[in-house]
Design a protein. Structure first.
Length: 272
């Protein structure tokens, strides 16, 4: 039995640039990943199968449209491997939450099956295959802070050291339809992300469209901004999860305690 973590993805900034003829958007984003995430296990088998457990298992769905199985099929086809795998996913990342849960799971499946099947593919080859599975999947294969442009799948290093930064993730338990949030963007290009720009000077250009769909996001952002010791408060992806970066792990834990007894989903963690 082999094991692979599927770290949650956060967007520390997300600037929308233009709508594309293919229905996607050109954007610039700072991706980061957290110690918190899903976990995937696999053992060799003749067929491909997937079982899901965990808090968000039902919302994720075990059907053949699950991105884990689509990733496994894509890797098997591209590599010509004949066997299968029995995959077990522990689903802890909220679904439709701006945390790239499905993309993280697909990326973990590529890394895990590359090992299980002894394919020996190097990272760039896995990243290239990942682009066919979704715009965020290449970044999730790397699972390291990086800069993304194009659909989010053209990757470059991000110069600032972020590893170890304490972060609190908060979601008001409203599932967000990603394409509807993109469609709600007003189409104004407010400028790109200069390499190495200070994160505090950057934005998430989907925030207004997301708040228009799910008003509780504004309350989450306001509560996070009221906490002591934060260095950044921002919505991730198309929402509804928001994040706060903190100066210290103590400040993060005190912040989580201050939010206290809400119905909101929360995860105190740190950036990878
Ligand atoms: O690539 P993925 O399947 O994760 O994207 C989900 C949806 O998000 C797309 O169908 C599209 O509506 C939207 N999207 C976009 N521009 C991007 C990435 C995603 O419009 N760069």
């Amino acid at each position: 039995m082999l094991f692979e973590p599927a770290p949650a993805k956060v967007n520390l900034a997300l600037h929308l640039r233009c709508r594309r003829p293919d229905g996607y958007h050109d954007l610039e984003t700072v991706f980061a990943f957290t110690a918190f995430g899903d976990t995937l296990h696999a053992e060799a088998d003749d067929e491909l199968s997937l079982a899901i457990a965990g808090d968000w298992a039902v919302a994720a769905g075990e059907g053949s449209d699950n991105l884990v199985l689509r990733a496994a099929v894509a890797l098997r086809q591209a590599s010509g491997h004949r066997g299968g795998a029995r995959l077990h996913l522990d689903k802890r990342i909220p679904v439709a939450a701006g945390l790239g849960g499905g993309s993280a799971d697909a990326a973990a499946a590529l890394r895990l099956l590359n090992r299980l099947w002894g394919l020996g593919w190097e990272m760039p080859r896995l990243v290239a295959l990942a682009a066919g599975l979704g715009a965020d999947v290449p970044a999730c294969v790397e699972s390291r802070a990086c800069f993304g442009s194009g659909r989010g799948d053209a990757l470059a290093p991000w110069p600032a050291e972020l590893a170890g930064t304490p972060v609190l993730l908060v979601n008001p338990r409203v599932p967000m339809p990603t394409s509807a949030v993109f469609a709600g963007w007003d189409g104004t290009d407010r400028g790109g992300i200069a390499p190495g720009a200070a994160l505090a000077d950057l934005r998430n250009d989907m925030t207004d469209a997301a708040v228009a769909i799910a008003a509780p996001i504004a309350a989450v952002l306001a509560r996070l901004r009221s906490l002591a010791g934060t260095t950044l408060v921002r919505m991730s992806g198309s929402g509804a999860t928001c994040l706060a970066l903190f100066q210290t792990a103590d400040a993060r834990d005190q912040g989580a305690a201050m939010l206290g007894d809400t119905s909101w989903w929360m995860a105190p963690t740190s950036l990878l």
